[in-house]
Design a protein around this ligand. Sequence first.
Ligand SMILES: [Zn+2]
Length: 224
Amino acid sequence: MRDRLPIRREDAMKIVMLGAPGAGKGTQAKRIAEACGIPHISTGDIFRSNIKAGTELGQQAKAFMDQGALVPDEITVGMLMDRIHEADCKDGYVLDGFPRTIPQAESLTEALSRTGEAIDAAIDIEVPDEDIVLRMGGRRACLHCGATYHTCFHPPRLENICDHCGHELVLRDDDKPETVKTRLEVYHAHTYPLIAYYRAAGVLHEVDGTKNMDQVFAEIREIL
Ligand SMILES: [Zn+2]
């Protein structure tokens, strides 16, 4: 972990995204990043790039992953701290998919505090569980060309047939009601407490995620 003080702009925005799986965090994170000219940082990308570059932390992470074990928070936070001290993060960044648990949030707070920094905004996209189940249960995918649809919000022209290649659409395992229910249970047990954590830190902003993507984004723009 680097100890040097990063040179950041006064108005740099260090943002974390909160919300249930399927609430639209990733989409909004990308739009914020684009609008603010700051990088969108997902833990998946950080893992891939560290492993590909063969960094020490990447090698350590890979050893855990190869054994099918969870990567310890210290390693993930270490990679994250390296990433946010790269030049393109001087004006801020949007974290997507981290932290996911209170111990991770505490490690992040602690690591940032070493350079006198803190998260400026935690944006929680609020969507009731019933809506999440409806949203994800309506997703359909074409395994042939990768196109995605939604039975209510983005239906194909012909029922259950891909517009692009004519193959049959499927409900992916990840979007099946049982899987969604399990993911929501994990979210409520481990990730939901972060809302209270960032509220206590005075940086929480809640937005209504049941509106359409443009309206949700407009609400976020007002906050930032
Ligand atoms: Zn297709």
